[in-house]
Design a protein around this ligand. Structure first.
Ligand code: ZN
Ligand code: ZN
Length: 96
């Protein structure tokens, strides 16, 4: 549920706030709105696409393509899914 709500907010806000610095839409563990500023909708702490450092190893995406094959893209996402297949991640809500 949380993920669905977030992605809807992400889409609408990404269009409105492009290029501006806004408060992160993410929620902290205490369910308070994150106070970080970001030029995107979510700050690096809450943005699953954010790549923290270069020395993190890329892994092969765990996602499955539309043709039913394993995705061959490398990703540095903590979730282990590339940005095309994040929606296939079932534990992404647990990652903070
Ligand atoms: Zn945040
Ligand atoms: Zn993928």
């Amino acid at each position: 549920m949380k993920k669905l709500t977030l992605s809807v907010a992400t889409i609408s806000l990404a269009m409105m706030s492009y290029g501006q610095t806004t408060q992160c839409e993410g929620l902290t563990k205490d369910s308070i709105q994150c106070k970080n500023k970001t030029t995107q909708v979510l700050c690096y702490l809450h943005n699953p696409n954010y790549v923290k450092s270069n020395n993190k190893k890329s892994v092969l995406c765990n996602g499955i393509t539309k043709s039913g094959k394993n995705c061959k893209l490398k990703t540095k996402n903590i979730s282990g899914y590339c940005r095309h297949h994040e929606s296939q991640c079932h534990n992404c809500d647990e990652i903070d």
